[in-house]
Design a protein around this ligand. Sequence first.
Ligand SMILES: *Cc1c(COP(=O)(O)O)cnc(C)c1O
Length: 341
Amino acid sequence: MAKKNLDWGNIGFSYMPTDKRYVSNWKAGAWDDGALIDDPNVTLNESAGMLQYCQQVFEGLKAYTWEDGSVVCFRPDLNAERIYNSAKRIEMPPFPKEKFLEAIDAVVKGNIDWVPPYGSGASLYIRPYEFATGVVIGVKPADEYQFRIFTTPVGPYYKGGANPIAIIVSDFDRAAPRGTGAVKAGLNYAMSLHSSVLAHSAGYAENLYLDPATRTYVEETGGSNAIFVDENNTLVVPKSPSILPSITRRSIVYVAEHYLHLKVDERPVKFSEIKGFKECGLCGTAAVISPVGRIVNGDEVINLPSGMDKAGEVIGELYDTLTGIQTGKKEAPEGWIRHIC
Ligand SMILES: *Cc1c(COP(=O)(O)O)cnc(C)c1O
């Protein structure tokens, strides 16, 4: 066993099959023992619930190599809990949380040669997911499921540091008021692809979605939560039952309060307030925090005072502190780091 011969400093953010993936199947009302397997392909019946009615939920997290050579994960217990809740909302048998953590350990150890070395800026992206393998044709939950975890090494989302991005308010809605917005399910992404393609072709990095009932409040983007900094350096965090509970965002709130001693205000945030804010960032596992320099909504162009050259001061400090905790350079709060090996 030896580290794979990859150009660790220059791997992008794309899928690369690694040696092992974890698979457990739910049949006759129970999960089997689960195992690591070699085959990256999934064979499904043509009428599987996954293919017909999109019964699927997923997670995303990363494993990092620390300076002492140990390999760790950041708050995987929260991923275990979130996919448990997501599965229940889509009428899928939830995967037990303790088994989820053991499966993460197993799949990372099984792919240890693929975990990028310390200092490369890269990490091992871990994708747990569950989908309906059972056959359905009438509309109902399937009776068989697969829980699977694959991994793929990824470089930093933004090479050469995070440059501020410009985003545009979508004409489409992301999630219905009492819909599945808070659930990490593929179905939320399928319907976001059209507005995402439109935004990219117009030169914007992401879409910002507003609340669908009134289109006055800020929700989030297709795959990351939005945060703002107001003129008093208070972290303003949009709150809504249809925002996905980002683990990065929840960690940032803690870091803001306990490491940077900032005031945090979690509440519904009107789009009309943004023009009074100093900074904006988008947070999620992939990019940690992407600073936003410009937000466009129809004819209205909001240029945030932090500008398009570099991250704003507070967003920059939050980014440095959180990535410091993840990479072992800063002491983590109790329970945030799972040491795998
Ligand atoms: C996964 C996801 C996020 C980010 O969540 P993290 O736990 O921080 O990775 C934000 N919004 C949506 C819609 C997501 O699916």
